[in-house]
Ligand binder design. Structure first.
Ligand code: PMV
Length: 322
């Protein structure tokens, strides 16, 4: 009722997948994430009540939305979210939601901000909701392209640093070669917070988990070097090794293992991506249609994605200040 009397502000963010290093990155190890050509768009307008996609909602009914609104002293607004990303599929829908909502709010208030502010505030929101998180997803959704966390300084362009709980993450923009990935969605929704908690408990009880995390850190560093040399064969092998280590860490599942194993015939490498326990896997391949067929045959939903895409973008409203 009240929401159409004001101007609307729209921003969008890309989804992402984690190429290597998930879970270990929560403990300060390196990781690489790539933005994809599927986006989430958020429109906001001033309103006397809080509405989400046309329906009135309570402030605490969506934890990400309420965390961002509270941080910006907003109790009411009219918010519309359109997404090409399946929630819980491991493609960064919460990171894309936090970053696009924040960008649209800042645009609405005509505030002075930069991309680092968005990445940092979105990370705070994810951290609050998930209990533990790394700034990988929110940085990738903000800056787009490819980002590396804690990589050697000569391999990327420094963007910003996040610190929490004794861990520090230096975020870099990295140049990435032309690559084709097929994403295989298991259809099983995964909850990042509970998988992150599972790893936390395992790590507290068993020093073997710490060794696995160290090893994921080592091979991810190797993966960042392989990317910089455009060595897809080596990168693929490292991805598959990364999957096996994540499996040993307890975050894979039958559906993911099945899709990863089946895709390997036509791929450089394959692995689960994101928190695991369901969600999606990725395969690096030159034969995307064959991998899509195989994923279909094994009960997954395939999606060919392209990388090297733009980060947050104002679709309508005040432009992002430089
Ligand atoms: O499931 P996703 O796409 O939200 O990825 C989570 C990645 C983790 O490393 C498990 C957690 C994090 O915040 O980095």
């Amino acid at each position: 009722m009240n929401d159409i009397t004001y101007k609307k502000f729209t921003a969008s963010s890309p989804g992402k997948f984690i190429l290597m290093g998930e879970h270990a990155v929560v403990y300060g190890k390196p990781a690489v994430a790539l933005a994809i050509n599927k986006r989430l768009t958020c429109t906001i307008g001033k309103s006397a009540e809080l509405t989400l996609n046309g329906s009135r909602i309570a402030l605490d009914s969506n934890s990400y939305v309420s965390s961002i609104l509270s941080a910006n002293n907003l109790a009411t607004a009219s918010i519309t979210i359109k997404s090409e990303l399946i929630p819980g599929s491991g493609l960064g829908s919460s990171g894309a939601l936090c970053t696009s909502l924040l960008t649209s709010i800042k645009s609405m208030f005509g505030k002075s901000y930069n991309k680092k502010d968005i990445a940092s505030e979105a990370f705070e929101a994810e951290y609050k909701v998930q209990g533990r998180a790394s700034p990988t997803d929110t940085s990738c959704c903000t800056f787009g392209n490819g980002i590396a966390v804690n990589c050697p300084k000569n391999l990327g362009k420094y963007l910003w640093t996040a610190s929490k709980n004794g861990n520090t993450w230096d975020i870099f923009d990295i140049s990435i070669p032309k690559m084709t990935f097929v994403i295989g969605y298991t259809g099983v929704e995964s909850l990042t917070a509970s998988l992150v908690d599972k790893v936390r408990k395992y790590r507290e009880q068993n020093s073997f988990a710490e060794n696995l995390i160290d090893e994921i850190g080592n091979i991810t560093m190797d993966g960042i070097r392989a990317l910089s040399k455009n060595d897809l064969e080596h990168l693929g092998r490292l991805m598959t090794q990364n999957h096996n280590l994540l499996s040993a860490l307890g975050v894979s599942c039958r559906e993911l293992d099945k899709l990863v194993d089946a895709s390997l015939v036509h791929s450089y490498g394959a692995k689960l991506t994101g928190s695991g326990g369901g969600g999606s896997m990725i395969a690096l391949t030159d034969e995307s249609s064959k991998v899509c067929q195989i994923i279909n045959l094994h009960g997954g939903i395939p999606l060919v994605v392209s990388t090297s895409v733009e980060g947050i973008r104002i679709e309508s409203g005040n432009p992002i200040p430089n």
